[in-house]
Design a protein around this ligand. Structure first.
Ligand code: GTP
Ligand code: SPV
Ligand code: MN
Length: 614
C-alpha cells in the first residue's frame, strides 16, 4: 500500500479535504503508489509513456495512441446521473439514486489499483480568477497515464489550483478507473462499464474506459454534466456544449462573440477555428475561444458573458485538411505536443493519416497500420474498403497551440455574448440560417434542436433525434427545470443576445449532395446575423424566424448553384407543419415545461398555419 501522506507532502498538496479524499480512494483501490501531477511533469510522463509503448512518436513533438478497439467513443446508455432527490430525474439523464450508485461503483473500483500507480490530477476548469472559479476546481484520480497526459492538455493542472480554494471543500471528486478493458463486455448485456456523476455530491465515478469523455473527467463529466447541475443549483450560470468564437471586422474595429450548440461531431471545432473565406479575409478575422464547452452568466452590466472552461481541444480528425480547417491542421503541427488517438499510423515514417486528410490515402501503403494496428498491406479484398482511421479518431492539443486563438482566451472576465446559435446535421427543412429575436422562442428553438446523431457516441450514427441545445448526452437534471433555468439566466440579461438556427448540412433529396459548401463559407451566415442584429439588413420574415434575402447574404467569391441557394434560403411550410407535430410530442415528454415555451411553440405553429392559408 502506498504511503499517501508522504506522496502528498512531497508534492506540496496541503488542502486537508483533498488529502482525505485521496487517502480514501487509495485505500479503496489498493493503489501501490501515489503520484501527484503538475503540468510541468508533461515531458517526463510523455517519455515514460513512449518508453512503455503507450504512446508512439508521430514526428517531432507529437504522439500517437490507440485505445482498446471496443473503447472508441462515449457510451450514452452507460452514462448515469445520480442524486439524492428523484426530482432531478429527467428524460435523458438516466437518473439513479446516489447511494445505490456510490455503492456499486465503489465495489467495482475496490482493489483495482493493487500493484499500480494512482495518479492525482488537481485541475481547474476555468481561467484562473474567474467569477465562477468556485465551481471549477477538481481532482481526478486515475489509473491511466495517457489519461493524465490528455488532462494536462485539456485542463489547467497543478496543486496550486486546489491548495488555496476560498472554500477548501469546493472541489469535484473525480475518480477514474479504466479497469481491464478487454474483459468488460462493452456493448453486451453483461456490460461492466458505469460512468456516473453523483451531481448533488459533486462526485464523479467512471469505471471501464480510457476514451475521451468517459475518462478525462475534467472535460465532459465535470465541465458539462456536473457544472450544468451546479449552474442550476446555484442559479448562477449555464454550462453548455457550445463553441465560442469572436469575429473581428477589421474595417470598423468591432468585435462580436458567438456561442453555438451543435451536437457532438457536428462542426463546433470547425466553426470555432474557421478562417474567413479568402474573398472576405481582408475584412474579417475569426478568433478561437473554445470548441466544446461554454459557461455563461449574466454580468453586472446587463450583458451575458461566457468563457471556455477548457484549456485544450479534443477534436474530430476526420475530414480535417488544408481546405476545411487549416487552423486545426496547424494547431497539430510538429512540436505542438498533440496526441492523436485512433487515426492510422505509420511506425516507419511516424506519419499519421485519417479519412479526408488528403483526398486519397497514401499511395504507398508500406508500413501503414489502421487504427487497430493491423497492416494495411495485409488487408484482404473484402477489407480494402474499410476506413484506415476510426471515424471518431481525434487529436488533443492545448488551446495555446491554435493559430487563431484569441489573445484574451484566458481572461477570467470572459467575453460578452452577442449571439446564440443552434445547429446540427439536418438533411432537410432547416435553412442556412434563421434568426430569432425573442428569448422564449430562442430557448424553444434550442429545446427542439433535431439532428442526426454521429459516431461520437457508440451505435447511434445517423439516427435522427432531438438533442436539446446539443446537451442530450450531458443533461444532468430534469429538462423542464433546464428550460426554466435558461429563461431565468437570459431574463437577467438586459442586453439580449440574438438567437439563430443554422444548418450547413441540408442535402439534395435526389443525389444527396450538400446544398451549402460549408466549412469556411459558414462565416457568411454569421456575418449576416451580426448585420441583422445591428439593423443593417432586414431579412425576410417567415413563421420560423428571419432568413436572409438572396441579396443580403455576402456571396463574394463563392460559386454556388442558384437552385441550391434558393433551397437553403426558403422555408418548406408543409414540412415545417409536420415538424410542429413531432415537436409537440417531444416537448410533451418534459412535464412541467414553462408556459412561455408552450406559448412560443403555439405562436410558431399558428404562424405556419396562417402562412399556409395565404
Ligand atoms: P465534438 O467534439 O464531438 O463535440 O464535435 P464538434 O461539434 O466539435 O465536431 P467537429 O467540428 O470536429 O466536426 C465533426 C465533423 O463534421 C468533421 O468530420 C467535419 O469534417 C464535419 N463538418 C464540420 N463542419 C462542416 C461543414 O460545414 N460542412 C460539412 N459538410 N461537414 C462539416
Ligand atoms: C463529444 O462527444 O461531444 C466530445 C468528445 O466532445 S468527448 O470528450 O468524448 O465527449
Ligand atoms: Mn462535444
Amino acid at each position: 500500500m502506498a504511503n499517501v501522506d508522504a506522496a502528498l507532502d512531497a508534492a506540496g498538496l496541503t488542502n486537508p479535504h483533498v488529502r482525505d479524499y485521496v487517502a480514501y480512494w487509495a485505500e479503496v483501490t489498493g493503489a501501490e503508489r501515489i503520484e501527484v501531477v503538475d503540468a510541468s511533469d508533461d515531458a517526463r510522463l510523455i517519455a515514460e509513456s513512449v518508453e512503455a509503448g503507450d504512446l508512439l512518436p508521430a514526428g517531432e513533438g507529437r504522439y500517437y495512441s490507440r485505445s482498446y478497439h471496443k473503447d472508441t467513443a462515449r457510451s450514452e446508455e452507460r452514462t448515469i446521473v445520480a442524486t439524492n432527490d428523484e426530482a432531478h430525474k429527467g428524460l435523458y439523464n438516466n437518473w439513479r439514486p446516489a447511494a445505490e450508485m456510490k455503492e456499486l461503483l465503489t465495489s467495482k473500483m475496490r482493489g483495482q489499483l493493487v500493484g499500480k500507480t494512482m495518479y492525482v490530477v488537481p485541475y481547474l476548469m476555468a481561467p484562473q480568477g474567474s467569477p465562477l472559479e468556485r465551481f471549477a476546481a477538481g481532482v481526478e484520480l486515475t489509473d491511466t497515464r495517457t489519461v493524465v497526459l490528455h488532462m494536462i492538455r485539456m485542463a489547467r493542472v497543478g496543486v496550486s489550483y486546489i491548495n488555496d480554494l476560498a472554500d477548501p471543500t469546493s472541489f469535484v471528486k473525480a475518480v477514474h478507473v479504466a479497469g481491464d478493458l478487454p474483459n468488460l463486455g462493452q456493448g453486451t448485456p453483461d456490460d461492466q462499464r458505469y460512468f456516473v456523476t453523483v451531481a448533488d455530491e459533486r462526485t464523479i465515478l467512471h469505471y471501464g474506459s480510457s476514451y475521451g469523455g468517459n475518462a478525462l473527467l475534467g472535460k465532459i463529466a465535470h465541465g458539462l454534466r456536473q457544472s450544468s447541475f451546479d449552474g442550476f443549483a446555484s442559479g448562477e450560470f449555464l454550462s453548455e456544449q457550445f463553441l465560442l468564437l469572436g469575429i473581428t471586422d477589421k474595417q470598423t474595429g468591432e468585435k462580436y462573440h458567438v456561442v453555438g450548440g451543435f451536437p457532438s461531431a457536428s462542426g463546433k471545432t470547425n466553426l470555432a477555428m474557421t478562417l474567413a473565406p479568402d474573398a472576405l479575409g481582408d475584412r474579417y478575422y475569426v478568433e478561437f475561444y473554445g470548441d466544446d464547452i461554454a459557461w455563461i452568466w449574466p454580468g453586472e452590466d446587463g450583458k451575458l458573458y461566457a468563457f471556455n472552461p477548457e484549456n485544450g481541444v479534443f477534436g474530430v480528425a476526420k475530414d480535417t485538411n488544408e481546405a476545411t480547417n487549416p487552423t486545426a491542421l496547424h494547431s497539430i503541427d510538429e512540436n505542438s505536443g498533440a496526441i492523436f488517438t485512433n487515426v492510422a499510423y505509420n511506425p516507419t515514417t511516424q506519419e499519421v493519416w485519417w479519412e479526408g486528410k488528403t483526398k486519397n490515402p497514401p499511395a504507398d501503403v508500406t508500413g501503414w497500420e489502421d487504427w487497430k494496428g493491423d497492416k494495411i498491406a495485409d488487408r484482404s479484398e473484402d477489407e480494402k474498403g474499410l476506413p484506415w482511421a476510426h471515424p471518431n479518431s481525434r487529436f488533443t492539443v492545448a488551446l495555446s497551440q491554435v493559430p487563431n486563438v484569441a489573445p484574451d482566451y484566458d481572461d477570467a472576465a470572459g467575453v460578452p455574448v452577442d449571439a446564440i446559435i443552434f445547429g446540427g446535421r439536418t438533411r432537410d427543412r432547416e435553412p442556412l440560417v434563421r434568426a430569432i429575436h425573442d428569448v422564449a422562442e430562442g430557448v424553444y428553438d434550442g429545446l427542439t434542436l433535431g439532428a442526426e446523431a454521429t459516431f461520437a457516441a457508440d451505435g447511434l450514427d445517423g439516427q435522427l433525434r432531438y438533442d436539446p441545445m446539443s446537451m442530450r448526452p450531458f443533461m444532468s437534471y430534469a429538462e423542464a427545470d433546464y428550460a426554466a433555468h435558461w429563461l431565468k439566466i437570459l431574463g437577467q440579461a438586459t442586453e439580449k443576445p440574438i438567437f439563430a438556427h443554422v444548418n450547413w448540412f441540408q442535402r439534395d433529396a435526389e443525389d444527396g449532395h450538400f446544398l451549402w459548401p460549408g466549412y469556411r463559407e459558414n462565416l457568411r451566415a454569421l456575418l449576416w446575423l451580426v448585420q441583422l442584429k445591428k439593423g443593417e439588413v432586414k431579412g425576410q420574415t417567415t413563421p420560423v424566424g428571419i432568413i436572409p434575402t438572396r441579396e443580403e447574404l455576402n456571396l463574394e467569391g463563392l460559386d454556388i448553384p442558384e437552385a441550391d441557394l434558393e433551397r437553403i434560403l426558403s422555408i418548406d411550410n408543409t414540412r415545417w407543419q409536420q415538424e410542429i407535430g413531432f415537436r409537440e410530442e417531444h416537448l410533451q415528454q418534459f412535464s412541467g415545461l414553462p408556459e412561455e415555451i408552450w406559448e412560443a411553440h403555439r405562436r410558431v405553429a399558428a404562424a405556419l398555419e396562417a402562412d399556409a392559408a395565404q
